[in-house]
Design a protein around this ligand. Structure first.
Ligand code: ZN
Length: 97
């Protein structure tokens, strides 16, 4: 059932915001991925949704980022065990709010 839902979401382009859990079209959300090229893995914003790997989606709103951070939804969505720095994401949201 979970995989069926995921497949349908992929086809329609609908994604779930990791902050408020609301559903929105991927064009209304911003994608985040783990950048593992750095010595320490960090979360980066992927505004064009072109980077490879697992991504999580968020509304472009700082309150959704806050909620995702509080609930550790980004780490969990990215299947990362350790806490990841979100400075780059926070900076991107601040400059695109
Ligand atoms: Zn949201």
């Amino acid at each position: 059932m979970v995989s069926t839902t995921a497949t349908a979401a992929t086809v329609t382009g609908m994604r779930t915001c990791a902050g408020c859990r609301g559903k929105a079209h991927r064009s209304d959300l911003v994608r985040m991925v783990v950048d593992r090229r750095a010595a320490t893995a960090v979360v980066v914003v992927d505004p064009r949704a072109v980077l490879p790997g697992r991504g999580v989606w968020l509304h472009q709103r700082s309150d959704c980022l806050d909620r995702a951070e509080t609930r550790r939804a980004i780490q969990r969505g990215l299947r990362v065990a350790q806490s990841l720095p979100l400075e780059q994401v926070r900076a991107w949201f601040d400059s695109h709010a």
